[in-house]
Design a binder for this molecule. Sequence first.
Ligand code: ADP
Ligand code: MG
Ligand code: MG
Length: 207
Amino acid sequence: MDAQFFTAWIEEIARVVTANRDHLTRLDAAIGDADHGANLHRGFTAVLEALSAKPADSPGAILTLTGTTLIRKVGGASGPLYGTAFRQMGSRLGPGADVTLTELASAVEAAVAGVQKLGGASEGDKTMVDALAPAARALTEAAQGGAKTGEALDAARLAAEEGARATIPLQARKGRASYLGERSIGHEDPGAASTALILGALHAAAG
Ligand code: ADP
Ligand code: MG
Ligand code: MG
């Protein structure tokens, strides 16, 4: 996977975030402050601008610029958290021009660790971690099992979608939704839903 692949990933994220903007906002309206769709739309629009203004030439540089831009442009919890996730992936990939599946899996594991360190959420707390951590595990297992890229990314997408769906019956223990206590039960976490979209975009980028 090269710089072109990672650029395609980011462009696909921007597309699906825009297409799902209202959906993400509705999820956030139920258990938060109804801005998750707008936050990510603003963030990834700025990322596209940043990437075209200053083309990054390696996978690591593209992901680092993505993360830095999200931190700068997105207020709210998700900006620093997704920003950290992308920056951690960028730094784990380093300056190499070509990324193997094993390296990508390791980068997504680094993203999980970064999000958990910054936000303090564990799996089951009803956050983006509930989608991201299983996706990282699925990717690592697929890479270790010698899966082809498309299969591995499909497994990661599926794990993220299942993880997001599994947040519905949970009570939120982190972020704004946790202020609702038991009233957060019965709604999908918006950040877990957007993480599933981001993993879906990764699979789509593989063609
Ligand atoms: P805000 O809650 O500040 O309005 P967003 O609506 O953009 O920010 O993002 C909310 C999402 O951020 C939540 O649905 C959840 O997935 C994620 N989130 C919030 N706090 C944390 C945390 N401490 N750790 C991990 N994810 C979190
Ligand atoms: Mg919000
Ligand atoms: Mg907000």
